[in-house]
Design a protein around this ligand. Structure first.
Ligand code: EPZ
Length: 413
């Protein structure tokens, strides 16, 4: 895969617009096959995971095209219910087509879902839910087959899984009867998926709380929908501004989705101003470490910004403690940061970050999507040049991380 070379020492300064949300649009793309017609989706990010998902839709017989940031989908007459592993193994979100195909056809055959190297990522919560709704599930090494006319059920999640909550909402939208999800995830992307489904005619209540009620309907219809901004991309750039002691303004951001991130930035000494559709951060005096920060389900601090926060805390003035509570192995970037002079110790799910005066540029390797972004932030801070391999990881979720950071004054070649 390609590499980038970051020249450190330039505080971020400037303003850019934030792309549409990857984790907002992926469940919407899967859910769009519940209706037999046309959906038009705006503010879609032009990223690899979206392009791969359009390929999955085409394999299912869906006509779809992307022009700039608008995707037009026509599911009329689609008949295919199977997606080969060569496509599903590229991303975890392909699992959402299980609920969508069960919802449309009562049948699905899916290759095993893949995704970022951040943990085992089993799918037991998804499968247990579909079995409770009456689906027969056959799990083989390379594929999952599911069949059944879904019926509403009471489903308690053993943990507030984002994907499982989304998968159940999608499957329940046209199931017979009422489904109640207890201990549901509360992420903004869940609220947006509910909004999309309700625009299509679904009956959903309680999204954004821990209990979501879905009363199945017979038919759903095509809609025009606008995707939310990407809170993780926005958080990446805010953390980069604080790490480099810079000042940036981000447009097309829903700052309400960044509550826990704003708390952490202010604890470090950053000044933050919210605007109606944007946010300004001044990190000139943001030197403070953070005694304790935990990744948690929303509205807690997002696990997707954990590795990027490591880069920011790596040059804070003192010791910080970060607890990763969502994924059991989201630490692959630590070794790369320590190659650059960071002083990060991993003990089980506890990360102790001892701030250093400076990092130094050197060759490092991106290990996964958000870890690559963390290495770019570290490169912005480091003395000298940092060559970061495996840029393809970033292209899964960032439209153009180099363009964005350079738009904020970074020097990247
Ligand atoms: C979504 O993944 C996001 N992906 C992830 O973002 C994000 O890190 C994660 O939610 C947590 O916020 C998309 O939305 C496409 P989970 P998901 O199910 O749905 C365990 C990024 O960088 N679990 O909430 O897969 C699982 O192993 C990506 O954009 C089970 O044990 O996350 C993990 O430890 C990375 N069994 C925890 O739950 C299950 O059946 C949270 O997973 C399902 C999950």
């Amino acid at each position: 895969m390609k590499a980038v070379e970051v020249i450190g020492g330039y505080p971020l300064n400037g303003e850019i617009k934030i792309q549409g949300s990857k984790n907002g649009i992926l469940p919407v793309l899967a859910a769009s096959i519940l209706q037999n017609g046309v959906c038009v989706l705006h503010n879609c990010p032009d990223i690899r995971d979206v392009r791969e998902t359009l390929e999955i839709l085409r394999e299912l017989g869906v006509k779809c095209e992307m022009r700039k940031h608008t995707i037009t989908i026509d599911t009329t007459g689609m008949q295919n219910m199977a997606i080969e592993q060569e496509k599903t193994e590229k991303m975890r979100s392909s699992l959402l087509f299980l609920g969508a195909l069960l919802g449309r056809f009562g049948e699905a055959v899916l290759g095993r879902a893949g995704g970022c190297n951040i943990g085992k990522r089993p799918a037991d919560i998804h499968m247990n839910a579909f079995q409770k709704m009456g689906a027969l599930i056959e799990e083989q090494e390379n594929f999952i087959a599911a069949k059944g006319r879904l019926k509403g059920a009471d489903i308690t999640l053993r943990m507030p899984s984002v994907g499982a909550t989304e998968n159940i909402m999608i499957a329940a939208a046209k199931a017979e009867g009422v489904t109640v999800i207890y201990n549901a995830a509360r992420e903004p992307e869940i609220i947006e998926l509910a909004a999309f489904l309700k625009q299509m005619g679904a009956e959903i209540y309680g999204e954004g709380s821990t209990t979501i009620i879905i009363s199945g309907v017979k038919e759903l219809h095509g809609v025009e929908y606008t995707n939310i901004p990407d809170r993780i991309v926005a958080g990446t750039y805010l953390l980069g501004a604080v790490a480099t002691r810079g000042k940036i303004r981000l447009h097309q951001v829903n700052h309400e989705h960044l509550g826990a991130v704003k708390v952490v930035l202010r604890q470090m000494g950053a000044i933050i101003q919210e605007m109606p559709c944007g946010i300004y951060v001044n990190g000139e005096n943001a030197y403070r470490p953070i005694e304790k920060v935990k990744t948690e389900p929303y509205p807690g601090f997002p696990t997707d910004l954990q590795s990027i926060l490591l880069s920011t805390l790596a040059v804070a003035e003192g010791e910080s403690m970060l607890y990763e509570n969502i994924f059991e192995n989201r630490y692959l970037t630590v070794a790369e940061l320590n190659k650059m002079g960071a002083d990060i110790l991993v003990d089980d799910n506890k990360l102790r970050i001892s701030g250093v005066d400076s990092l130094y540029g050197c060759p490092v390797e991106g290990q996964e999507l958000r870890g690559f972004a963390a290495l770019v932030v570290a490169g912005l801070v480091a003395d000298g040049r940092t060559r970061i391999e495996n840029k393809g990881y970033a292209e899964r979720g960032y439209e153009n991380i180099v363009r964005d950071f350079m738009g904020l004054g970074a020097k990247i070649i």
